[in-house]
Design a protein around this ligand. Structure first.
Ligand code: ROI
Length: 166
């Protein structure tokens, strides 16, 4: 199955700064015999999206990757959670700063809703730091329930978002 995942970090961890965290996670993905890393987007710096009346957070580094895997969505989630854990991710609050966040955005064209997984990821349409990197590597795909990604991308601002040059 072709899948898209998002990567995000706004805290330094034992491996280094947010960019290093994302690069390390991509390294683990590309070395995993059960995952084939097909494409990665550029890295983007983005202002933290936070809940109202919560303290400001550091900017995030975000990216999106395209994978191919024979794993189920649940198995893929387990693997991504293990990579997060290996890089010191602590799950405190849902909207807290984090060393590494890996989410499944799309799993083929399937729509999945279980207790642990909602695919396509519900927040895609509200998050320019997901839409623009996803459009960069996926182009005009149809997102089940959300429609044509190129339309979504045209409607979405770049506020607080910029590609970073490495
Ligand atoms: N804000 C940005 N800019 N990027 C993220 O990856 C991100 N992840 C989160 C919350 C806290 C919602 N804010 C974010 O989980």
């Amino acid at each position: 199955m072709i899948c898209y995942i998002s990567l995000g970090s706004n805290l330094s961890g034992k491996l280094g700064d947010p960019l290093t965290q994302l690069q390390a996670a991509l390294g683990k993905i590309s070395n995993d015999p059960e995952l084939k890393l097909i494409k990665t987007s550029d890295f983007y710096q983005s202002k933290a999206l936070t809940l109202p009346d919560t303290p400001p957070q550091n900017d995030y580094i975000n990216a999106v990757a395209m994978l191919e895997t024979a794993l189920s969505a649940e198995q893929l989630l387990c693997k991504l959670n293990a990579i997060e854990a290996s890089q010191g991710r602590e799950r405190k609050q849902q909207w807290a700063a984090r060393t590494l966040d890996l989410d499944i955005l799309l799993y083929g064209e399937l729509q999945i809703q279980t207790e642990t997984l909602v695919i396509p990821h519900l927040q895609i349409k509200y998050r320019n730091f997901v839409i623009h990197p996803l459009f960069e590597i996926a182009g005009a795909i149809d997102i089940p329930g959300l429609g044509d990604l190129s339309v979504l991308s045209e409607k979405t601002t770049w506020d607080g978002l910029q590609k970073i040059v490495i």
